[in-house]
Design a protein around this ligand. Structure first.
Ligand code: G3H
Length: 222
């Protein structure tokens, strides 16, 4: 199996001129290098370029629209985030939902720009639909647990197992992440034991006093 992916979404938690994002990217780079685990960060779009200039780690956009350069006010294109240093993108995060057609267009745009794709989903049915679009990963996150500190690995392991089965039933070999409330190495270990290929998390790292210590714990049972 390829190295599990720990994908840290910074959401819009961090204000200021990118100092907070840089602190977390530095911690992710350090812990990724010492552990050998792939730790990626999904910063705000304005932080992609500054982070890619300073740090050596995979960067994901939090969202892209399924359009190319043109008359699209307020859109974010795959070409733009790729040029800013992203190597992948979230699509359809629970806090940035798209239509099914929009998801398909974003996946196609990401592929044209050679970006890895993570389609976020909320249950088994949407996980199966997402898997049919053949992204690099689907990421199942029960919305009611996001940001609560209550781990999906412990509170709802069944949804992880069923989602892995649904995704791989549609697309054998489909890689699955899970997220919502993940904050410890035990949560990551359980997620991997349930058949996932890693985790998508935010508050457990972003709100931590010592993000590097949390990241070290997250990779400690892999
Ligand atoms: O993108 C990350 C997820 O929405 C999980 O967020 P959380 O780790 O704060 O629950």
């Amino acid at each position: 199996m390829a190295s599990p992916l720990i994908l840290v979404n910074l959401k819009a938690y961090l204000e200021g001129m990118g100092e907070g994002a840089a602190r977390i990217a530095a911690a992710a780079e350090e812990v990724g290098a010492e552990s050998g685990v792939t730790i990626a960060v999904a910063p705000a779009p304005t932080d992609l370029q500054p982070l890619s200039a300073r740090f050596n780690l995979p960067l994901y956009a939090q969202h892209i629209d399924g359009v190319s350069a043109g008359a699209h006010t307020g859109h974010v294109t795959a070409e733009q985030v790729r040029a800013a240093g992203a190597t992948g993108t979230l699509i359809n995060h629970s806090e940035r939902r798209l239509t099914l057609a929009g998801i398909e267009a974003s996946v196609a745009a990401a592929r044209r720009s050679d970006l890895r794709t993570v389609i976020c989903t909320n249950n088994e049915a949407t996980t199966a639909a997402a898997a049919a679009l053949a992204p690099d990963y689907v990421a199942i996150e029960p919305p009611e647990l996001i940001g609560t500190g209550v781990s999906v690995s412990k509170a709802d392991p069944g949804i992880i197992e069923r989602s892995v089965a649904a995704a791989q039933g549609v697309n054998p070999g489909m890689r699955v992440l899970t997220g919502a409330g993940i904050s410890t190495g035990e949560c990551v270990r359980i997620a991997l034991e349930l058949g996932t290929d890693g985790v998508l998390l935010a508050s457990g790292v972003v709100k931590a006093k010592d993000p590097a210590a949390v990241l070290r714990d997250l990779v400690s049972q892999i």
